[in-house]
Write a protein that binds this ligand. Structure first.
Ligand code: SAH
Length: 388
């Protein structure tokens, strides 16, 4: 008779957790095959199957011997996050709600334009930074997304546009890391996922067409220039520390001078010296939209090769901010243009399905108290009926 402890050991044999190959970059997958005692070129084969042909079933990967497929299946799998819903806006913008392990949901948005199609990808479940004007921050924070969950978003979009068919037109031409989360707070996974975006045997996007956007995690930005040269967007939203401390709290830790210097180093290190950073500036009525803010911004940015993207604030439930007026927007743009900057105004897209910048909320199983406070505030803000 087996002893009780042995019985328990047998009964409780856990289901083997398999390695998810979806988020493995070419070099990581190469190391993985090395460790298996296999040739590194297997990595290229697998990457092509997953990210070029859209095949996630190891059994269908016919140029890999049956024997190796069986060994792989024993330890590994290719597992995608689950699409919960997909909504289309009247303007062609599409928004997905995607469930990840643990039950939270993230959002991803596709924005078609005449010359390109941009996929806005999330990097975290919620966001820890709590910028005062962003809906994601109000949801609190759960965890970083894995590399598989980040690249899985591009896979899902590519699949939904039949892009894995070699004859199909490529609908996703650009990726911006501007969805939920702060990509530089999830450094390794974001770098791995971006390398799959750029990889010729995967999505083959040019480094100009992949953009990382950051609110200013300076040490991570310094580190990024050593391992990546994707396009950079910096979320400024204010021309001085006093105002920026209120809007983007991480500014208290890494003030504007440091952020801008770090961005400049990133741009300077790029082999191609024609490149510029994109400065994002969300304009809110009476907050950061005055003439003096525009002038101050022009001075602040004088040594940074950049173009400026002005984003009219998109409202969300419970926010105290208002969209900039058209007069203030035009005035702001003209001042910067007059100082020689290239200025673009981001048109609001997908507003009807809450897919516009800063409106992504998902369903975050919050680990902070922030969501609770936000919901309480919303409840309290219910209009009071006036009894006459
Ligand atoms: N954490 C990163 C990535 C998120 S992208 C970052 O801050 O850059 C967030 C971008 O969405 C910001 O640059 C800002 O331009 C925009 N944004 C956030 N909230 C917004 C809102 N309510 N209206 C318009 N744009 C907003």
């Amino acid at each position: 008779m087996p002893k009780a402890a042995e019985v328990i050991a047998i009964d409780e044999q856990p289901q083997k957790v398999k390695i998810n190959l979806l988020g493995f970059s070419a070099s990581r997958l190469g190391d993985f095959f090395d460790e298996m005692g296999e040739k590194r070129f297997r990595a290229t084969q697998i990457i092509k199957w997953i990210h070029q042909m859209g095949e996630c079933d190891l059994d269908q990967m016919t140029n890999i011997s049956k024997d190796l497929r069986e060994r792989l299946k024993d330890i590994a799998e290719i597992k995608l996050p689950e699409v919960v819903s997909c909504q289309d806006s009247v303007d062609g913008t599409r928004k997905w709600l995607i469930r990840v392990d643990g039950g939270s949901c993230i959002e991803m948005v596709y924005i078609p334009e005449r010359e390109r199609g941009t996929l806005c990808v999330s990097s975290q479940i919620g966001c820890a930074l709590d910028c005062s004007f962003c809906a994601t921050g109000k949801q609190g924070f759960n965890r970083d997304l894995t590399a598989a969950e980040i690249i899985g978003q591009l896979w899902i979009a590519a699949d939904s546009f039949d892009q894995f068919d070699p004859k199909a037109k490529r609908r996703v031409t650009n990726v911006v890391m501007m969805g939920m989360g702060e990509p530089l707070m999830n450094f390794d996974n974001v770098v791995d996922a971006m390398s799959i975006m750029l990889e010729d045997n995967a999505y083959g996007l040019s480094k100009r067409r992949v953009t990382l956007s950051t609110a200013g995690v300076v040490p991570a930005l310094d580190k990024l220039s050593d391992v990546s040269d994707v396009s950079l967007a910096i979320s400024l939203h204010a021309p001085n520390d006093e105002l920026r401390n209120q809007l983007v709290p991480i500014n208290r830790k890494y003030p504007l001078v440091d952020f801008i210097e770090s961005a400049r180093n990133y741009i300077d290190k790029m082999p191609d010296n024609r490149r510029k950073a994109t400065v994002e500036y969300t304009l809110m009525d009476q907050v950061n939209d005055r003439t003096e803010h525009a002038r101050e911004l022009a001075v602040l940015l004088k040594d940074l090769p950049c173009k400026i993207n002005l984003i009219p604030f998109n409202p969300f439930p419970g926010t105290e901010y208002k969209r900039v007026s058209n007069t203030a927007l035009n005035r702001f743009r003209d001042i910067l243009a007059g100082e020689g900057y290239t200025v673009t105004v981001r048109t609001t897209r997908g507003d009807d399905i809450a897919a516009a910048c800063g409106q992504l909320a998902g369903e975050v199983n919050d680990r902070t108290k922030r969501q609770e406070r936000y919901k309480k505030k919303l409840d309290e803000a219910q209009p009071v009926r006036i009894i006459e």
